[in-house]
Design a binder for this molecule. Structure first.
Ligand SMILES: Nc1ncnc2c1ncn2[C@@H]1O[C@H](COP(=O)(O)OP(=O)(O)OP(=O)(O)O)[C@@H](O)[C@H]1O
Ligand SMILES: [Mg+2]
Ligand SMILES: [Zn+2]
Length: 256
């Protein structure tokens, strides 16, 4: 039984409130219901504690040594939220060095989409996900591979954090392609962060001399395969984030 304190004074618990100024007795969803739904969606998004503070509004672009690309990335993130249309499936790929704020911006977008659009979102750590899937093959574990993947397939907006962070293998490539192709085919929005430069796999860059090839850093193409990198280009707008590691820069300051 509900106590008096829990009953909303605006709608008396019905979840509907009259539209202000409407003469025809029109009603709309009460704010209490929207808040409750927002709370449930935030919980459902499984944003890790470490990133709970991340909002678009507390992402600063004005700090000593800030790279211009950081301000551009913030603009892209805000525009993405404004233009978001769940029907077209357009996503974002945030590419950049360690601590440039990729996950912060991506989580900020998720929260805006939840708050303003009521979208169902899911935060998913790439390494963690692959580990869970692998774990599901273990006979003593209850969850099946599909049970692990179902929410990843179904989320209206998926944030796949740290794409490429697992050492590539045939199995890793197959799993990444299953996830990305399923979301692509269903026209679902995927937001991705990665530390790996959006460049082709070594097998494609034949022109490099052996010495340069050896010194070359691994690219996204190397880590997820060239086919999937090209699929990503169809699914996502690319946003590059350069500059210093925010964690190092503000280690002693109050930025967290
Ligand atoms: N421009 C910024 N304004 C405010 N906080 C920031 C900014 N950039 C980064 N941070 C904070 O610094 C920390 C590191 O940022 P974040 O995790 O987003 O970096 P990242 O690019 O995802 O790094 P990694 O490549 O290691 O995953 C976070 O706590 C984040 O909130
Ligand atoms: Mg990150
Ligand atoms: Zn109410």
């Amino acid at each position: 039984m509900k106590t008096a304190i829990e009953v909303c004074p605006v709608c008396a618990g019905s979840g509907w409130k009259p539209v202000l100024g409407a003469l025809d007795g029109g009603v709309t969803r009460c704010d209490c219901r929207l808040r409750a739904r927002g709370g449930a969606l935030i919980a459902g998004a499984r944003i890790p504690k470490r990133y709970e503070h991340c909002e678009l509004s507390n992402f600063t672009t004005d700090f000593p040594g800030a790279d211009h690309s950081i301000a551009l990335a913030q603009i892209s993130a805000s525009r993405f939220v404004q233009e978001f249309d769940p029907r077209n499936g357009d996503g974002l790929l945030l590419v950049g060095g360690i601590g440039t704020g990729k996950t912060h911006l991506a989580v900020g977008i998720l929260k805006e989409l939840i708050g303003a659009r009521g979208s169902s979102c899911l935060f998913c750590d790439y390494r963690e996900l692959l580990k869970q899937i692998q774990n599901s093959y273990n006979a003593s574990v209850q969850a099946t591979e599909l049970q692990v993947l179902r929410p990843v397939f179904d989320a209206e907006v998926l944030l796949l954090d740290e794409l490429g962070a697992v050492k590539p293998s045939e199995w890793v490539w197959d799993t990444v392609s299953l996830i990305l192709n399923t979301r692509y085919n269903d026209n679902r929005t995927t937001i991705i962060t990665t530390n790996f430069a959006d460049e082709p796999a070594a097998s494609v860059t034949r022109s490099l001399s052996p010495a340069r090839a050896a010194a070359r850093e691994e690219s996204l193409g190397d880590r997820i395969g060239e086919r999937m990198r090209s699929r990503l280009h169809e699914m996502c707008r690319i946003v590059k984030m350069d500059g210093p590691d925010f964690r190092q820069k503000f280690k002693s300051a109050s930025f967290g």
